[in-house]
Design a binder for this molecule. Structure first.
Ligand SMILES: Cc1cc2nc3c(=O)[nH]c(=O)nc-3n(C[C@H](O)[C@H](O)[C@H](O)COP(=O)(O)OP(=O)(O)OC[C@H]3O[C@@H](n4cnc5c(N)ncnc54)[C@H](O)[C@@H]3O)c2cc1C
Length: 432
């Protein structure tokens, strides 16, 4: 049985919630309904899949325990980052060419799906073009060059590596970096407004979304029955898209993964100073193991994120964690006020690769993008749609990746993982 909040869960106190586009109240499920597909969770995974299936004529019902985009999808950094949390060279070296090949062919597709949806359904989410990966040491610049070569090998030709200081300052005006890899096909957007726009698109296609409808149990069978406190959906197919917020709903999925928190702050609007900080208006993430990510919002605030809390305890003072990181990058912001600070959970897997598969013949899941899910969730939504329509080849390419339980079980997985991460963090601090 999943533990479901007795009272409605409000959105996290983020800049995104404060600047969200108007959205209808979506009543909780009451009574018994029938659907072709019942999707649990209204984040990008659920919504993206819902749109793919509704476009193909399926009757889709989405059940969300809180609000549309309440999870990571409504609170993230809003950065379009290609590929997977472990890149395709690591996948190839661990699992071989035959496993890597189809994944490599799909590593830039998620961003295309996202952009197609924004254009097709006219979603107002401040979508901007251009992203930058930043390196702090010569060794890390070398890693960027390897990254560029790898992605070029897989067909991405829109990358350029810059090490000239004056040129770098025209993109990101910080002293911290030794090199920048510019990706013209990266970009950024308002994450909650993307989720709200996708929800509206799904409803426009005949899909139904019930908020405040936490799923407590899924009964297996040729017709699965998905239960909430006040209702049930009988469906031919079910998709579990709960990611880091799954709780106790499906213990098998929870055991293979670990929720982790990461925090974001939003400054007050910066006016002309915003353009001085990031003249390109591109999004930026560094290539450290525990990375910082930042960008400007539509109304010219700096949104700065970073940090990882293994096990996802909500920190009391987000600003005190993230502000020092921001000031290392932009000391010129020392007198700037922070208007918002929030935390959100992503789902880490031991391999850092997504976990995709089936719990039974007609119950599918996808989870665990390990902090790198904006594009993957859009890709997998499409692939889940293909699988349910009987073309499972591309879905199976991900489903065949092995899923590992975390060492240490439920009680020791957090300290074990934190210890491992500490090693990589020290290497980054030493610049090796
Ligand atoms: C702060 C932060 C910054 C990030 N920044 C980036 C970034 O810049 N770029 C990037 O690529 N990735 C980023 N990520 C990761 C990315 O946001 C996620 O990978 C992605 O949004 C996951 O989408 P999802 O739909 O799978 O999960 P979620 O968006 O978390 O959605 C899961 C939904 O399931 C619902 N749910 C759970 N249990 C139940 C239940 N029993 N019944 C009904 N509903 C239920 C939840 O309420 C939730 O709404 C970030 C994550 C965080 C937290």
């Amino acid at each position: 049985m999943s533990k479901i909040a007795a009272t409605p869960l409000p959105h996290a106190p983020s800049y995104y919630a404060a600047s969200a586009n108007a959205a209808p109240a979506r009543p909780a499920l009451q009574g018994s309904v029938e659907a072709d597909v019942c999707i649990v969770g209204a984040g990008y995974t659920g919504l993206s899949c819902g749109i793919a299936l509704a476009e193909a004529g399926f009757k889709v019902v989405v059940l969300e325990q809180a609000r549309v985009g309440w999870g990571a999808s409504g609170r993230n950094g809003g950065q379009i980052v290609h590929s997977y949390s472990r890149d395709i060279d690591v996948i190839e070296s661990h699992f071989g060419r035959a496993v890597a090949e189809p994944l490599g062919r799909m590593m830039f597709e998620g961003a295309q799906v996202l952009r197609e949806r924004v254009a097709k359904y006219d979603i107002q989410c401040d979508l901007k073009q251009g992203g930058v990966y930043a390196a702090m040491t010569p060794k890390k610049v070398h890693q960027l060059a390897e990254h560029q070569a790898l992605w070029e090998k897989w067909g991405h030709k829109d990358l350029s590596l810059i090490t000239d200081k004056a040129q770098m300052r025209k993109l990101v005006n910080s002293d911290r970096y030794a090199g920048l890899l510019v990706d013209q096909t990266g970009g950024h957007f308002h994450p909650l407004n993307l989720a709200l726009g996708e929800a509206a698109a799904l409803e426009g296609l005949g899909g139904v979304i019930h908020e405040h409808s936490g799923v407590t149990r899924i009964d297996r069978g040729p017709t699965a029955v998905v239960h909430t406190a006040q209702g049930q959906v009988r469906a031919r197919f079910v998709i579990v898209a709960c990611n880091a917020y799954i709780g106790e709903l499906e213990p098998k999925l929870a055991a293979m993964s670990m929720p982790c928190g990461t925090q974001v702050i939003a400054t007050e609007p910066l006016g002309a100073l915003a353009q001085e900080l990031i003249p390109s208006d591109y999004c930026v993430e560094d290539n450290n193991f525990l990375l910082d990510y930042f960008r400007l919002s539509g109304d010219k605030r700096l949104l700065y994120g970073g940090g990882v809390i293994y096990g996802a305890r909500d920190p009391a003072h987000v600003e005190s964690i993230i502000r020092p990181k921001m000031l290392k990058t932009f000391p010129q912001l020392k007198d700037v006020k922070i208007d918002f600070g929030w935390t959100g959970n992503f789902l880490l897997t031991l391999s850092r690769l997504p976990e995709v598969g089936k719990l039974s013949d007609n119950i599918y899941y996808s989870q665990g993008c390990s902090g790198h899910g904006v594009t993957f969730t859009h890709l997998i939504g499409r692939l889940l749609g293909e699988a349910i329509r009987g073309q499972a080849e591309r879905f199976d390419a991900f489903a065949r990746l092995p899923h590992y339980p975390f060492p240490g079980g439920r009680f020791f997985r957090v300290p074990f993982t934190a210890l491992g991460a500490f090693w990589y963090e020290m290497r980054d601090r030493l610049g090796v």
